[in-house]
Write a protein that binds this ligand. Sequence first.
Ligand SMILES: CSC[C@H]1O[C@@H](n2cnc3c(O)ncnc32)[C@H](O)[C@@H]1O
Ligand code: ZN
Length: 432
Amino acid sequence: MTTLAITGGRVLRPDLSVTTADVLLDGDAGEVLEVGPDLGGAADETLNADGSLVTPGFVNGHCHVAMTLLRGYADDKPLDAWLQEDIWPAEAELTAETVRAGTELGVLEMIKSGVTAFADMYFFVPTIAETVADAGLRARLGHGVISVGKDDEAAREDAREGLAVAEEIDGLGDGRISSAFMPHSLTTVDGEYLSEFVPQARDLDVPIHYHANETADEVAPIVDEHGERPLEYAAERGMLESEDFIAHGVHVDDREIELLAEAGTGVIHCPASNMKLASGMAPVQRLREAGVTVGLGTDGAASNNDLSMLDEARDAAMLGKLAADDASAVPAEAVVEMATHGSADAVGLESGRLEAGAPADLAVIDLETPHLTPRHDLVSHLAYAAAAADVRHTVCDGRVLMRDREVQTLDEATVRDRASEAAESLVARAGE
Ligand SMILES: CSC[C@H]1O[C@@H](n2cnc3c(O)ncnc32)[C@H](O)[C@@H]1O
Ligand SMILES: [Zn+2]
């Protein structure tokens, strides 16, 4: 057994208390062995955490990682116009190699901001899986299925690809890659395909992940056409099970909140994307009070425009108060939970908690900075004051992915150059 000890730091425990302790990891099994005093002496390798906070790695519960290539390409529009006028025409020009370049950039950014796991819906998913596996992160990945604008054969082919990809990539990267069946949304995949393919995904034993109730414009057609709310419609098609998770859940009514809580379906709240696209304010406080598992996600970098879960936590707390018209709503503790084990539970990963037996996924945050001084309350600092650049080290599955801000599994300059070139040629092709 090869052991790694994180020494001299303060550790955020699952109950959100903070204690001065070392963390001992089994690097081969990728597991936390112990959290306690003086564990560094016998370890094979150590990582210095003096003056730092050791937290569970952040879990980005909803992303389109290769959209880093479209960061800053189209801003200041609502969802539908943004997708139809700018994003989808550009994505029509994607190739496996452009997606690889965008994924490398996104993964680099996530490692640098303390993210150790994420869920992702996109195209060229086997390439994404390979890139994520090489970079050392954990992820649940799926091919985004869309039927609108396609004839019946093309729509079926896309759904079949969604199933085939889910089967192909599950377990890659020494088990760090898992999969899901990912219909894009309830309005971009026709009901007949949902009814046909969701049961086939169940046979593969993979969860279902989709965008739901993101904008008011997406709710109205389902209510008009089917006389029921979108999540009632989803439940009838078998898409509201305990292993499933939806992105957004902004425009949900009381009955839908009850359905989510009863089913155990997770909701990934994406506050930055919801604010930027003016989609609305998710009722996060009410969802949590009802017992719904709520996680946090950045969505893609084109609607955020970064992949920092620390930014997302701050946004969630701020927007949650505004949505509830209550300054005590969605407090610091809630968003720290949501960014760690809330997302992990929703996405179906074991990570998000630092305790013996848990996956060895963690981030070490430098506290010795002006904006984190004084240190009355470290949970408050995580929620409201810490930034991506404060992350010193990132460890996933017991392996050091970033040491003293130096990413170990990717060459930063090469990744940035390759992504800039790929982005430039992508938008040039889209403009032709
Ligand atoms: C079919 S792969 C995923 C698909 O989703 C698009 N997308 C990015 N952000 C959002 C969002 O907030 N709502 C809905 N769809 C979104 C992305 O561009 C891909 O086309
Ligand atoms: Zn999305």
